[in-house]
Design a protein around this ligand. Structure first.
Ligand SMILES: Cc1cc2nc3c(=O)[nH]c(=O)nc-3n(C[C@H](O)[C@H](O)[C@H](O)COP(=O)(O)OP(=O)(O)OC[C@H]3O[C@@H](n4cnc5c(N)ncnc54)[C@H](O)[C@@H]3O)c2cc1C
Length: 393
């Protein structure tokens, strides 16, 4: 096998596989290396929400561009991504309603199908919900969820058809740099060469970046999730982010409902710490909160729990762009919200690499060097950090 490529991508999550797809579409020959298998990291445990509601415009733009892929997956990528339209609402406490309205206007300006609806409207959409405490909600009729592992696998299959090479069980253990420019990687399966290396190693990206002599401040976000089997009197409901009650939930296949909390994540664990067990009391807390919103779920039964971990930055926003030695790029730090923007991130990065700038959406705000300059990314009508403040950030 040849050891020379146009570009090497480290990590086969949704980002690495999206990059492999978009770069091979642009005529480059990428090598994608993965130390385990596709979806081993955050991707394999993602809740898969697909919505456009953000308080940072560029994230809504990336989500909207990506939405066209999720909706037209077979034509635009091939294979399946498991997208299911359920409709989506985003709820905020009363003190954020001004911002909620302003963000819906900002999103409409992008072209996103969204509107403000009332609690009575929510009740019509999901009759099992308790809505007496809902004054307004941001509503996206076309949003829903998709399957992150299927998405990554479809990206990979399409990339391979276009000439990309994939090596699993291939751990990056070092870099190759000459005269200030990247020349390749050292791995558990030998050395490979390319003038461009993209670090898409998720929670492990900090370790990789040290190998490339560009240390980054990257923490981790560990997140517990459960599935409840719905009783017959609860419909296949909306997908919901409920910041009034600190949870999100969505339907899943097999009459299940996925539930997780927004204020319950753990920060700063080792990327390699075990991921087998949810925190003590998580199940009780999550069930109590979801029953507050969907009372009839009390007659449901616990189906399963799982734990996932993503990379986390100081402003809980991605790191995308060029830094360190010539030819070195970072696509990481997705802070628990990267899945839904992965198609557009791959597209914009392919433009940055091939054309010299991201033309579809300007992603320069995600510059890896912003933290060195003491800057953080914040929306104009800011809700604050979705996952709460990291104690040591
Ligand atoms: C529980 C949970 C729920 C989430 N829910 C949502 C959601 O509802 N909606 C949403 O948009 N986002 C969600 N996210 C976030 C989203 O899933 C992630 O942002 C996204 O999957 C990150 O993808 P990635 O490719 O950057 O990283 P990862 O999927 O973590 O991939 C990185 C890969 O790099 C590999 N790697 C690491 N080190 C090396 C090495 N030395 N050599 C080779 N390979 C290496 C790893 O094995 C891994 O496979 C959630 C995340 C979690 C954990």
């Amino acid at each position: 096998m040849t050891q020379n490529f146009d570009v090497i991508i480290i990590g086969a999550g949704v980002m690495g596989t999206s990059l492999a797809f978009h770069l091979s579409k642009r005529g480059l020959k990428p090598l994608l290396v993965e130390k385990n298998q596709v979806g081993f990291g955050a991707t394999g445990s993602s809740s898969g929400l697909v919505r456009m509601h953000y308080d940072l415009k560029v994230e809504s733009q990336l989500a909207w561009e990506s939405f066209h892929y999720f909706k037209n997956w077979a034509e635009m990528v091939g294979g399946e991504c498991g997208f299911r339209r359920t409709g989506f609402i985003h709820l905020e406490p009363a003190e954020q309603h001004h911002n909620l309205r302003a963000n819906v206007e900002m999103q409409k300006g992008i072209g996103i199908k969204t509107e403000i609806i009332t609690g009575a409207d929510v009740k019509k959409l999901s009759p099992s919900f308790y809505t007496d405490d809902i004054e307004i909600a941001a509503y996206e009729p076309e949003s829903g969820y998709a399957d992150a592992t299927l998405t990554a696998n479809s990206f990979l299959t399409a990339a391979k058809k276009l000439g990309a090479v994939f090596m699993q069980d291939c751990e990056v253990i070092g870099s190759q740099i000459s005269h200030g420019a990247v020349t390749g990687i050292r791995t558990s399966r030998g050395d490979f060469f390319a003038p461009i290396v993209i670090n898409a190693a998720g929670a492990w990206a900090g370790k990789i970046s040290e190998m490339f002599e560009y240390p980054i401040q990257l923490s981790t976000w560990t997140h517990d999730v459960l599935h409840i089997r719905r009783p017959a009197n609860v419909e296949e409901h909306l997908t919901v982010i409920d910041m009034q009650r600190g949870l999100y939930f969505r339907p899943d296949t097999g009459n299940l409902t996925l539930v997780a909390l927004t204020d319950d994540s753990r920060f700063g664990e080792s990327p390699d710490a075990e991921r087998h067990y949810v925190e003590k009391d998580f199940v009780e807390r999550a069930i109590e909160r979801v029953i507050g919103r969907v009372p009839a779920l009390e007659q449901g039964s616990l189906h399963s729990t799982h734990v996932g971990r993503d990379s986390l930055t100081k402003d809980q926003r991605a790191i995308i762009g060029k830094a360190g030695p010539e030819g070195y790029y970072l696509v990481t730090g997705f802070s628990g919200t990267g899945f839904k923007i992965s198609p557009a991130v791959g597209l914009c990065m392919s433009e940055l690499i091939v054309d010299g700038e991201a033309k579809t959406i300007d992603v320069s705000g995600f510059d890896p060097k912003r933290f060195e300059r003491g800057e953080i990314l914040k929306g104009e009508f800011d809700y604050g950090f979705i996952w709460g403040n990291e104690p040591n950030a």
